[in-house]
Write a protein that binds this ligand. Structure first.
Ligand code: SF4
Length: 316
């Protein structure tokens, strides 16, 4: 079995206490059975906190969030008391994994970093080199790549090459992908797409505000985003969405929809950057990282929200 990842993967480092949107706030984290069994064996000062900090009557058991929806083990310095007291190996599966995501194919597992983590966003969206996939591990097993997996990988490679063709503008590249997928986004205005996003389940009030601004503001000039620096940042966005979401077509068969979803996601984030520039007089790559973080947390981490958008692409 191979382990495949984007080449930036190995450079990821959680910034812990310096993180402004810690994944230890606002998310009700489930505790897997093996970790729960281990927590039952813990003795000393953390034993009682573990007992009080986990709702074991829930199915599945989860950490009980405290004030401001903070994990009960997130301390004032923004560090994890479980790591400090018991080491990284004491974390439950979800905490160990975040912000990693995985896609399972016949001869490989693909791993990546989700944009909902600001440290991952910095790494992905501020790099200038074209992203390539690398093999992190190969156990030399004799698993064979299934035909369906091969087709998906070929299709994704073709679309990724389009997304990375720097001889063309990023908008032309996005159109090339839509043409190949035979889906048009022309049927709806940005304001109409904003309405659809407003119907999705939402977490942060500031995300709702952004979508309302997108719906209400008449966007004219995008010139501040027509620079090589921004073109490359948007390329990284497109490549990220293609890498992450196309393997899902192996389950639902929606190859074209998922390709179009990548373009739609890029376009909405780009439009939100333009709204930000109009309202604040300027826009930086830091703002892009934050907008992409919100998009990722609000949209792509919800299967239900992604499903509604995939359906909407065919109704446009
Ligand atoms: S969101 Fe990312 S950087 Fe922030 S605490 Fe979680 S893993 Fe670390």
């Amino acid at each position: 079995m191979k382990l495949i990842a984007p080449d930036y993967y190995k450079d990821f480092k959680c910034i812990a206490g310096a993180c402004r949107h810690s994944c230890c706030i606002g998310w009700e984290i489930d505790v897997d059975p093996d970790t729960l069994a281990y927590y039952h064996t813990v003795e000393g000062p953390l034993a009682e906190r573990l007992q009080k900090g986990i709702d074991e009557s829930a199915d599945p058991p989860h950490f009980i969030l405290g004030a401001y929806e903070r994990c009960p083990f997130l301390n004032r310095e923004g560090l994890c008391d479980l790591i400090l007291g018991l080491g990284e190996g004491s974390l439950c599966q979800i905490c160990r994994d975040h912000p990693r995501f995985r896609s399972f194919l016949s001869d490989r597992t693909e791993i990546g970093l989700g944009l909902c983590c600001e440290a991952a966003g910095e790494l992905i969206l501020k790099r200038s080199e074209r992203t390539v996939l690398v093999e992190l591990e190969d156990d030399d097993g004799d698993q064979l790549l299934h035909e369906a997996d091969r087709s998906m990988l070929d299709w994704r490679r073709e679309l990724t090459e389009m997304a990375q063709d720097r001889s063309r503008s990023i908008e032309d590249r996005a159109e090339d992908i839509l043409e190949t997928a035979q889906i048009s986004l022309e049927g709806r205005s940005l304001a109409e797409w904003a309405e659809i996003y407003l119907e999705l389940e939402r977490l942060e009030g500031s995300w709702t505000d952004r979508l309302c601004e997108l719906r209400d503001i008449d966007l004219q000039d995008a010139s501040e985003l027509d620079t090589p620096e921004w073109e490359i940042a948007f390329e990284q966005l497109l490549v990220y969405f293609l890498y992450r979401h196309l393997p899902g077509a192996l389950d639902d068969g929606d190859y074209e929809g998922r390709a179009a979803f990548a373009v739609l996601s890029y376009r909405i984030i780009r439009a939100l950057c333009r709204v930000h520039a109009v309202l604040h007089g300027s826009i930086t790559l830091d703002d892009l990282v934050e907008i992409a973080r919100q998009y990722s947390a609000e949209v792509e981490y919800s299967d239900e929200n992604c499903g509604i958008l995939l359906d909407a692409l065919f109704e446009a």
